[in-house]
Design a protein around this ligand. Structure first.
Ligand SMILES: [Zn+2]
Length: 76
């Protein structure tokens, strides 16, 4: 046992999402290199760590890594 609270990201199956959802996530991006939104991403990979879920891919325009964090509504 350690006190290490770091959570290892788990790879999820992005392609098990509906085609509609996949298209949304692939289109709704922000690229830090291009400083432009919605350029799109390719080679998407979905990760999960704790309560966070995000999708990583490559910017369609410049090939830089783009990350889209999924935000869930909090019903508290
Ligand atoms: Zn870019």
């Amino acid at each position: 046992m350690t006190n290490d609270v770091e959570i290892k990201p788990v790879v999820r199956d992005f392609f098990s999402r509906s085609e509609e959802e996949q298209n949304d996530f692939l289109q709704q991006t922000w690229c830090n290199q291009c400083m432009e939104m919605d350029l799109g991403m390719k080679n998407p990979q979905e990760f999960e760590a704790g309560e966070r879920i995000w999708i990583e891919g490559d910017c369609v325009k410049c090939g830089s890594k783009v990350v889209t964090e999924l935000v869930f509504e909090d019903d508290e």
